[in-house]
Write a protein that binds this ligand. Structure first.
Ligand SMILES: [Zn+2]
Length: 64
């Protein structure tokens, strides 16, 4: 989870908190004509191994 140049860029994959398996991003990224990610938006991952769903909130932008 990182902000780059004023736009939020979610990691394509995280580690499942329950089983340690790979959890892939299933929220489609905003297209070029859409609003970019904003603080508080939900970024959803699903674990490949245990199929748990992880909803992460976009954090506040880094303070420069
Ligand atoms: Zn898992």
């Amino acid at each position: 989870m990182a902000w780059e140049g004023g736009r939020f860029v979610p990691e394509p994959e995280i580690t499942c908190i329950d089983c340690g398996g790979p959890a892939s991003l299933i929220t489609p990224p905003p297209g070029p004509d859409d609003l970019p990610w904003a603080e508080g938006d939900l970024v959803v991952y699903r674990c490949r191994d245990c199929l748990d769903r992880w909803d992460l909130e976009v954090p506040a932008p880094d303070q420069e």
